[in-house]
Design a protein around this ligand. Sequence first.
Ligand code: ZN
Ligand code: ZN
Ligand code: ZN
Length: 156
Amino acid sequence: MCSRCDYANLLGRSGLHPTPNRLAVLTTVGNSPSPLTAQDIYDRISRAGNINRVTVYRILDLLVAHRLVERLTAGNRTFRFGLAPNRNHPEHAHFLCRRCGAMECLPPDRPRVSTLTAQAEPSGIVERVEVRFEGICRRCLQNQRSGSEDTGSLPP
Ligand SMILES: [Zn+2]
Ligand SMILES: [Zn+2]
Ligand SMILES: [Zn+2]
């Protein structure tokens, strides 16, 4: 839950009229501690009121185009949506669990990610950086450990 971002103000500053649907999508993305799939966002908003799936997807595209929301690649051509870096939210890397698909935001200083430190000359100007670590999340590791204990106690 973010208390520092004024979502209506963020929309306004990007030249977007803060319609209730846009506000609902941006607030849902912004208040989530980890990036969400478009389906997650649709599920959460449709629980509170009626909105159709296409509207949610269109608004997400609009917010990505205006750089309020970031589209993160999550492997297998799937995407997650998170708040784009802004004054209250520094750029940061993400961790993707290849077993359960959970994506987690890493603290901005571990490791430090910044377009200022990225150099792509002579290829062009770096506008955004996407850093994704892939592996097995803590929860899956724990399940794996307790799972192997179970099989260890089974007779051969
Ligand atoms: Zn915020
Ligand atoms: Zn996992
Ligand atoms: Zn994030």
